[in-house]
Structures are given as C-alpha cells and as structure tokens.
Ligand binder design. Structure first.
Ligand code: SAJ
Length: 444
C-alpha cells in the first residue's frame, strides 16, 4: 500500500471547516493540530511546492513530531493544502509580519492585509476570522476595515449597530521552536475580540484543540500582550548581556556573578549569549517602539544592547585568535539557539562568518544540525567539521551555541585549549590566564 495519500474520495474534498492562511512555522503545525481535533482543514499557501509537499503528507519545515502528525491528518483526509482559498467557517491567518524594507524597524503588515482580502472574497455571514500573526497594536481593526471595504454587504463588528454578520479576533501564538506541538496544545491563550461577542466565538473555536486556559480580552490588548511578552524577554536578556560586558571589563566571571545573584529569592537573571537571534524577540519589541517612540527608551535600549553584544563577542573572539597566531579555530554552533536547526537571524552565524572572513581556512565550524555551511562562508576557506575532529585538531574553541552535544564535552577533551565560552556551558573550564583579553577562559 502506498504511503502517499490519494487526492480523491477523501472527506476533505468537501467544504473545509477551517482555512489556515500561511503554512509556515506556526500555520502548518496549527493546521495539523486543528485537523487532529477532527476539523476538515484547508491550508493555504502562496508557494506551490509547499502545497504539493503537504498534499503528499510531507513537511517543508523541521519541527519535532510534525512529520508524523501531518502525514496522519493528510492521510485521513482532514488536512489538504491549496494555493486557492475556499469558503470555510473559520479563517486563521498566520502570515509573516516582517520589518518594512524602506524604514527603520517599522512593521510591514501587507501580508496580513493581503491575506484578509483573500478571505473577504469568500466570507459569509456566521464566519469567524482570527489573526495569529504577531502584529502592531491596531492591526486587527485595520484588517476588519479592509474586509468591510471589500464586503459592504456584511455587517462588521464594531462598525455597525446590532449583531454583526462575522466575528473578528486576534489570538497570538506563544510557542517555542522545538516544542511547537506540545505548546500549541498546552499553553494558555489570550483571545482578543473586536467585540466581546467576537472573542466568545473565537474562544469556542480554540477550545476544540487547546488544553491550556483561554482568556478573552479585546483585540488591541491581545496584540500588545504578544509584543510585551517578547519585549519582556528581550529586556531581561539585555540585562544579562550588559552584565557580561561589564564583567568582561572588570575581569569578573559573569556566570559566577549571576549564579550567586540568582540565589536571592526574588532575583532570576537570564543567561548572556552572543546576542539575541530568531525572528521574534529581536523583532517584536520594535513594533512597540514604533508605536510610541517617545515613551519606549528602555525597550529600545534593550534592543540596542542585545545587538551590540554581537560586536562585543566578535571583538573578544578576534582578540583570542590574535593571541594564538596560526592556531586552528573551532566555532561551535551556528543556530540561533540550542538544539534546533534554525540558522536564520543567528548571532552565532554572524560571529562565525566574520571570523571566517578574517582568518579563512584557520576557521572550522562545528554545527551538528547543518549539512553544509551557509552561503556567506563560500570562498572564505572555512570548513564544516565534526566535534571530534575539532576537539582533536583545533587549539582555540569559540562556543557560540549551547547545543547539548557541546555541553557534555568533558574537561579532559578541552584542556590545553584556549576557550571563549559565550554561553557559559563549561563552568569547569580553567580560569583566565594573565594577559589574555578580559572575560576569556583560557586553559592553564
Ligand atoms: N537567549 C539568550 N539568553 C537567554 C534566553 C535566550 O541569549 O537567557 C537568546 C537565544 O539564544 C536566542 C534568542 O534569545 O538567540 C531567542 O530565544 P528564546 O528561546 O528566548 O525565544 P524564541 O525566539 O525561540 O521564542 C520566543 C518565545 N517568547 C518568549 O519566551 C517570551 C516564544 O514563546 C514565542 O512564541 C516566540 O518568541 C514567538 O513566536 O514570538
């Protein structure tokens, strides 16, 4: 029997119950989980190859357990993908909201509005439209206004008296890559309606597949809540990164300082690193700053501190390499955080590529989650090697990602090497050698 689901005579050839617009890191897992709950789901994406992949029961992104789930729901006829929208009862929009190209950190909501105009074309009385994309405050109302302009035949919430024909709400995701399926099911959700009635309609939908507590609010508060969650984390990481820069200047071990400070019952400092990567925490705080530039010095500064940390790490790694002329260098990790294969917007990648451009074939990169080095390493002479080879051949180790496989390297295999541990994964590494750049742990 073939593993490829047939495209005909499945229940999902019928009208879908739910249409998920955007089949990326959030949209596809969300579509699959809704389908698992028994809804007929249509996933919409602009990329034909994505649609074809999903209709074969396969996936185009890496996420724990997602392949089996998608395969199962496609095979059972509960999920199918298309480039063309169809009438449905609930529409979930999960498209990107990047920075605008022409400006300084201003949000580009054009993908949201484009998705909303597609939805408007098939919308009917009784439907619910939910925006999940991380969005600046007021986006759900803009989306409503756009739909209202395109569909004057439908009564829109908050614009006309009486019961509206459709419900519109904002419900952000808050999942961590690598734990998406688990967190989509079990995390609490904030559900913000344009009106309380809209929130109740969306709540009834999420209750079909969310086990966490679903709390209703208004759309603007839900939009702000999502931005605040990521800005809160960014500010706290900035505090840790600033401490690490200060500690380097003062010749202190920041990890020891944080470990001790965190023994206070009301102190919980996060971990310094080579900077903040990914597509959320380094982006979303700017949406708040953009909405209130005069009133957000703390949030703006935190972003700047975290960006500056990358350059601090490059400067220190360079100083260590310069102190070891001719030594082979191993950069450990390219991912934007531990134990994932996502290299986009990664400070580790930027640091390693900068060293590769400066020191060419002396630079070796260890990234167990990569099959080859990214484009910017081409022509630098840098090589991708495995961890064992790095530990045997390289004299300078620059730890950029706290992958578990690096964390467990025993001291015996690191002794005699010059180590710059930007993630604090090797607290037992012998201390600094006099004359070395401050903050570097060098083997004695
Ligand atoms: N990082 C540090 N030190 C820390 C924690 C993180 O340097 O103590 C760095 C990481 O190495 C990484 C970056 O911050 O480069 C972001 O990693 P993360 O694990 O903090 O967050 P993301 O980007 O994977 O996911 C975040 C999460 N938000 C919060 O924890 C408030 C997630 O719940 C959101 O759903 C996600 O953003 C999103 O989609 O917005």
């Amino acid at each position: 029997m073939s593993n490829t689901p047939s495209s005909s005579s499945k229940p999902n050839d019928l009208k879908p119950d739910v249409c998920v617009v955007g089949l990326g890191y959030i949209g596809l897992p969300t579509a699959a989980i809704i389908a698992r709950a028994g809804c007929r789901v249509l996933g919409l994406d602009v990329t034909q190859s994505v649609v074809d992949t999903i209709n074969r029961g396969e996936i185009h992104i890496e996420e724990v357990d997602l392949d089996g789930l998608v395969h199962g729901v496609v095979q059972r006829g509960l999920l199918r993908a298309s480039t063309r929208i169809e009438p449905s009862d609930v529409f979930v929009i999960a498209v990107p909201t990047p920075f605008a190209k022409d400006d300084h950190h201003s949000p580009d909501i054009s993908y949201v509005l484009a998705a909303a105009s597609e939805v408007a074309a098939v919308l009917k009385a009784g439907d619910t439209v939910i925006l999940e994309s991380t969005s600046p405050v007021g986006t759900t109302e803009k989306m409503r206004d756009m739909i209202a302009g395109l569909r004057p035949d439908l009564k829109m919430p908050g614009l006309t008296a009486g019961t509206p024909d459709v419900s519109i709400a904002y419900c952000p995701e808050r999942v961590l890559p690598g734990r998406i399926l688990e967190e989509l099911t079990n995390n609490d959700r904030s559900i913000g309606g344009i009106t309380p009635r809209c929130a109740r309609k969306a709540l009834a939908f999420y209750k079909r597949f969310v086990r966490g507590t679903c709390i209703t609010t208004d759309a603007r508060s839900a939009e702000m809540t999502k931005l605040v969650e990521n800005a809160y984390r960014d500010v706290n990481i900035a505090f840790a990164n600033e401490l690490s820069i200060v500690s380097d200047r003062m010749g202190l071990d920041v990890w020891e300082v944080i470990r001790l400070a965190n023994r206070h019952p009301r102190v919980n400092i996060l971990s310094p690193g080579p900077g903040v990567g990914g597509h959320c925490i380094a982006v979303d705080p700017w949406f708040i700053v953009h909405g209130a530039p005069e009133d957000t010095p703390l949030i703006r500064t935190a972003r700047e501190v975290n960006d500056k940390k990358i350059h601090h790490v490059i400067a220190h790694a360079t100083a260590l390499v310069e102190a070891h002329p001719g030594a082979k260098i191993a950069c450990l990790g390219l991912a934007f955080k531990a134990n994932i294969d996502d290299f986009r917007e990664s400070p580790a990648r930027l640091v390693a590529a900068t060293l590769a451009r400066r020191y060419g074939s002396r630079v070796h990169v260890v990234e167990p989650y990569a099959a080859q080095l990214p484009r910017e390493f081409t022509d630098t002479g840098a090589h991708l090697i495995d961890l064992d080879t790095a530990l045997e051949d390289c004299d300078v180790l620059v730890v950029l990602v706290d992958h578990d496989v690096f964390r467990v390297v025993p001291l015996a295999e690191r002794s005699g090497k010059a180590v710059y541990d930007t993630r604090g994964i090797w607290p037992d590494q012998p201390g600094e050698v006099s004359g070395a750049p401050a903050g570097l742990r060098l083997a004695s």
